[in-house]
Design a protein around this ligand. Structure first.
Ligand code: ASP
Ligand code: MG
Length: 466
């Protein structure tokens, strides 16, 4: 069986949902012909709805009940419009409206509750944000059933058991596995499509939780790995993974195939195609992941897999992150001693701030961070043990490709392509698949264009680049 995950833009409105139903029908037909279980479908909220729910929750907690109610009205009409445009049977439309209205009623009660309390916990925020997926999936299930695709809608809170780290919950594997086996698998084996929500789950005590923003891909990978999927399709609104962001380089090329390692590196460095943790369950079970465009299903997309014929030193893509910060630390007491690094990293750990790039000399350490919520607390603690200097407005650029470390001349090509741009920090990952460096944010677009010209103006590997 396969898992098909549709992102927010793939289910944004009636037309998008109609396309999804056709894509699912095709896969269902294939599964029938090959005598395999029906596909499991995982959906995100309609594009923009999760953001609205979060805004609504904050508005309610800060006393702007009117703003919260206005946002709820927008959310309601968005979904009711889909019902009007898509469901032909009056009876089915009424049934769907009743189900949706039940959720909207719950949101209304939550708004009142949070308004009275005047505070919004991470746990409540998860409860609010879960409604996006619940509503989109209800509508899609109705569309699929009406168009003759036998579909079982399933509340993901019944099948994805998670930790109680609200906002960033992690799956509880054995519990999730037994739920999937008893609730989902029998339907799939009988040829019924199971349609559930990405992003959301529930703790063992039944509290709604979420896997974190963009978490639907992760849900798809979790379900796929447990169900032993032969592939996972991630349907989105781009043709696949590109050689860089087309907003900066319009002629960016599509990658036909890449490794999980490369994809993880790219995701981590800000390419918005896949949620970084998605990679993990798929890699361990060796399940190929296809990134596909639901608006242009004829495009082949990008296949992400463990097995790619290796092209030593071939650059696949250029990713970047804006709004990063470099922290430079200097301490003469570091010379010839040990334990200094431990002290430094303990401070970042205590402040729950991930460190991205590190570079050291005998008396200095520089790191970059992207999460700056606790920046002042971090620098305050660091100043107790070293001289500290903070540089804001930094961009990280990451050049990704197989076996870069083994190939000679790659670094020379990178840095001569961008000569004239001041490079503040360099790091070559131990993973051998990335060379990263930090520059001023205002140099970013120029650097990306120069690098793209250097590595992709003439590509010979037709089996890799479309
Ligand atoms: N709807 C959620 C979000 O916007 C999850 C997802 O789309 O993957 O973050
Ligand atoms: Mg998404």
């Amino acid at each position: 069986m396969i898992v098909m995950k549709f992102g927010g833009t793939s289910v944004e409105d009636a037309a998008a949902m109609r396309r999804v139903a056709e894509l699912v029908r095709k896969e269902l037909d294939i599964s029938r012909e090959s005598n395999t279980a029906a596909p499991m479908v995982v959906v995100s909220a309609c594009a923009g709805i999760t953001n609205k729910l979060i805004k609504l929750a904050h508005a309610a907690a800060s006393g702007s009940e009117a703003e919260a109610t206005a946002l709820l009205t927008e959310i309601k009409s968005h979904h009711f419009k889909i019902v009007d445009e898509l469901i032909h049977s009056a009876e089915k439309a009424a049934e769907l409206r009743t189900k949706l209205s039940k959720y909207f009623g719950e949101i209304e009660s939550l708004i009142k509750g949070v308004d009275i309390l005047g505070e919004l916990t991470v746990r409540s925020l998860d409860t609010f944000s879960a409604y996006g997926e619940l509503c989109s999936s209800l509508a899609l299930a109705a569309v699929m059933n009406e168009s003759g695709i036998r579909t079982q809608w399933c509340d993901a809170r019944q099948i994805l058991a998670t930790t109680d780290r609200f906002g960033h919950a992690e799956p509880l594997w054995p519990e999730t596995e037994s739920k999937l086996r008893s609730i989902v698998l029998p339907h799939l084996e009988q040829g019924t499509v199971v349609l559930s929500q990405g992003f959301i789950g529930a703790t063992l005590s039944g509290k709604t939780s979420t896997l974190g923003r963009g978490g639907s891909d992760y849900s798809a990978a979790i379900f796929g790995s447990i169900l032993g999927a032969t592939k996972i399709q991630i349907w989105t609104d781009v043709d696949g993974v590109l050689t860089t962001d087309p907003k900066i380089v319009p002629e960016a090329k599509r990658l036909r195939v890449m490794t999980f390692g490369e994809a993880a590196e790219l995701a981590y460095f800000g390419a918005k195609v896949l949620h970084p943790s998605t990679i993990h369950p798929a890699v361990t079970k060796n399940i190929p992941v296809y990134v596909l465009n639901s608006k242009r299903p004829e495009s082949e997309g990008t296949l992400i897999t463990n097995h790619v014929a290796s092209h030593e030193g071939l650059i696949k893509s250029i990713a970047f992150r804006r709004a990063q910060v470099i922290i430079n630390m200097k301490s003469t007491s570091m010379l010839g001693t040990f334990g200094f690094m431990k002290e430094i990293f303990r401070i970042f750990a205590d402040c729950e701030t991930p460190v991205d790039m590190v570079s050291t000399s005998e008396v200095s350490v520089s790191v970059t961070i992207g999460e700056t919520k606790y920046l002042s607390k971090i620098t305050e603690h660091l100043r107790e043990i070293s001289e500290v200097d903070v540089e804001q407005g930094v961009a990280l650029v990451c050049v990704v490709g197989d076996n870069l470390r083994a190939a000679s001349g790659v670094a020379a090509r990178i840095f001569s392509a961008i000569q004239g741009i001041n490079v503040k920090m360099i790091s070559q990952g131990a993973s051998e698949i990335n060379v990263g460096f930090a520059i001023a944010e205002e140099d970013l677009e120029t650097a990306v264009r120069l690098l793209h010209r250097e590595f992709f103006s003439e590509v010979l590997e037709r089996e890799i680049f479309a």
